[in-house]
Each structure stands twice: as C-alpha cells, then as structure tokens.
Design a protein. Sequence first.
Length: 95
Amino acid sequence: MAAFCTTDIRILSSEKFQEDILSKKFTGLVVVMTESGEKRWQLESFVQNITAETIVRIFDVPANPTADDIHAALVKIASAKVDTILTIGGGSAID
C-alpha cells in the first residue's frame, strides 16, 4: 500500500542544504522560518535565490504557535499550488 503522502526529511550541513535546494525547480514552494532565524543563520540571499513559480514565505512564526496561527498560515497558502513545504529552523517553525 502506498503512503498517502511522501515525506523527505534530510539532515544536512548548511552548505549542502543550500546547494541541494538551489539546484531544484519548484512549482509551488512554501518557506516557513522565523525572520530572526533567517538573519541569525545569514540566509537572506539564499531565500532570495530559490527558484519556484510560486513562493509563499511564512516568516511571522510565533513562539509556540496555536491552532489559530496554523490556520492563518494555511489561509496564506490556500490559493497557491504547493508541491513543497520547506521549514528551516526548529521548534516553532517546525510546529
């Protein structure tokens, strides 16, 4: 029986991760991370260089997101044809 949804989880070095993501062409991509994480890990130019027909950025991730926060994020991506969700960070971004 095939899985309902395939999930590709990778643990990579920052350099390998960026190389891997930038080598791909996404149709619809959602990038979830905090603004502070983007700055802390110096990923501003990396995020700007991702190639996709549609990119939805969700950077206003609160600490310990609630069901309402998740709903608000889903509303942001409702009209996008998403094939990939990329979360960067831990804790709240992964939640």
